[in-house]
Design a protein around this ligand. Structure first.
Ligand code: B1M
Length: 215
């Protein structure tokens, strides 16, 4: 193994094993060894999360370990952030972002928010488990917002995403708002079915799509 490969593996292991005190150092060392920041995110941390998810499904690990891995990933992303997000936030427009009601997963959403900011958007992040009424209230309050971005990570919260989109479509503010959706169980087909304006697979393509809307 080259030094870079070794450091990348250390990031993977620290994420998988939920080493939130060590991950920052691992990420920094991988950067110093010349690893590409996007590769550290995708192959290192997101790759490790896929293994964590698989091991959870097989009941090799349980919720506490999954939570620890999530914490470690968040710490790692903090170190990586300056290398991934380079743009100046605020000039491209305003986006309201959140994970739908019933769903507590926020790592993907946070990456999407980071990429939006990097693409020049101001992001109002409402967090996780966001009730439909809250989304509506915040869109009403922010008359200059042009995009609402919804994340859902569970097959069991796909109906919640559907309901949120349905409620947004009925609002008088609908014409000024584009509705973007995403998350692991979501597909283009599902997005079309529920009437969302756009589905994107990952954080980088979400930012690309938002930029197209802002043109
Ligand atoms: Co959860 N969980 N979890 N979990 N968890 C999954 C999602 C799961 C696939 C694991 C598995 O079984 N293999 C599974 C869902 C299965 C299903 O839906 N059928 C699952 C389950 C079952 C659960 C619980 C029900 C477990 C339980 O309690 N029995 C429970 C539900 C809690 C709830 O939400 N109500 C639960 C809880 C948790 C933790 C809280 C412990 C923790 C989350 C902590 C946190 O987020 N702060 C957690 C974790 C960490 C995971 C896994 C391991 C990792 C998720 C993650 O952060 N991935 C996950 C398995 C997996 O994903 N492989 C799993 C990394 C992240 C970067 O990817 O979020 O997919 P992701 O985001 C991607 C894209 O999806 C996309 O961009 C990102 C990449 O650039 N994207 C968008 C996301 N949002 C977007 C929005 C867009 C565009 C793109 O536009 C608006």
């Amino acid at each position: 193994l080259t030094l870079a490969e070794e450091k990348m593996q250390a990031v993977f292991k620290a994420t998988e094993n939920g080493k939130n005190k060590e991950i920052g150092k691992c990420v920094q060392e991988a950067l110093d060894a010349g690893c590409d920041p996007t590769a550290i995110l995708n192959d290192g941390m997101i790759g490790a999360m896929a293994v964590v998810g698989e091991n959870f499904k097989k009941e090799i690990i349980f919720v506490p370990q999954m939570l620890a891995a999530a914490r470690a990933m968040k710490e790692g992303v903090e170190v990586l952030k300056p290398y991934l997000a380079t743009g100046e936030a605020g000039s491209a427009g305003k986006i309201i972002l959140g994970t739908v009601a019933g769903d507590l997963h926020d790592i993907g959403k946070n990456l999407v928010g980071m990429m939006f900011e990097s693409a020049g958007f101001e992001v109002i992040d409402l967090g996780v488990d966001v009730p439909i009424e809250r989304f509506i209230e915040v869109v009403k309050e922010n008359k200059d917002a042009t995009i609402i971005a919804l994340s859902a990570l569970l097959t069991t919260t796909m109906p919640s995403l559907r309901d949120t989109v349905a409620a947004l479509l009925k609002q008088p503010f609908r014409p000024r708002i584009k509705i973007m959706v995403g998350g692991a169980p979501i597909s283009q087909e599902f997005a079309d079915e529920i009437g969302a304006d756009a589905y994107t697979e990952d954080a980088a393509s979400a930012a690309e799509q938002a930029k197209k809307y802002a043109e």
